[in-house]
Structure formats: structure tokens, C-alpha cells
Design a binder for this molecule. Structure first.
Ligand code: SF4
Length: 57
């Protein structure tokens, strides 16, 4: 996750709430180790992030 380029659209938190949430600063953050069952959603929001700010390792 590169917060420096996040534009706070909220898509990742909507699409993969197990992996991402909007932080107090208004930007997305990964807040826990990604549960295995959320991996597919995380990969999808990573692909869909308008600025490519999400990296799934
Ligand atoms: S989808 Fe990308 S730009 Fe939108 S809130 Fe998430 S990290 Fe930020």
C-alpha cells in the first residue's frame, strides 16, 4: 500500500473490507494480515485501484 498516491476513493475498503479500511487520515490502510479467504477480493481491488496504490505480496 502506497498511501502517498492513494486518492481516497474508498473502493478498496468497500470491495475488500477484510483487508482495507479508510484510516483517520482519510486514506486507505491495510489493517491486519489478510485472511486467506479475502485474497481474491484483495487482488481484485489491487487491480482496480485507480492509482495502483495496492500491492498484494
Ligand atoms: S482503491 Fe486505491 S485510491 Fe482508492 S482508497 Fe483504495 S488505495 Fe486509495
Amino acid at each position: 500500500m502506497d498511501k502517498n498516491i492513494c486518492v481516497a476513493c474508498g473502493m478498496c475498503a468497500d470491495g475488500c473490507p477484510e483487508g482495507f479500511r479508510m484510516g483517520a487520515d482519510g486514506l486507505a490502510e491495510g489493517f491486519q494480515d489478510l485472511p486467506a479467504e479475502a485474497l481474491e477480493d484483495a487482488q481484485q481491488v489491487a487491480a482496480d485501484c485507480p492509482v495502483g496504490a495496492i500491492f498484494i505480496s
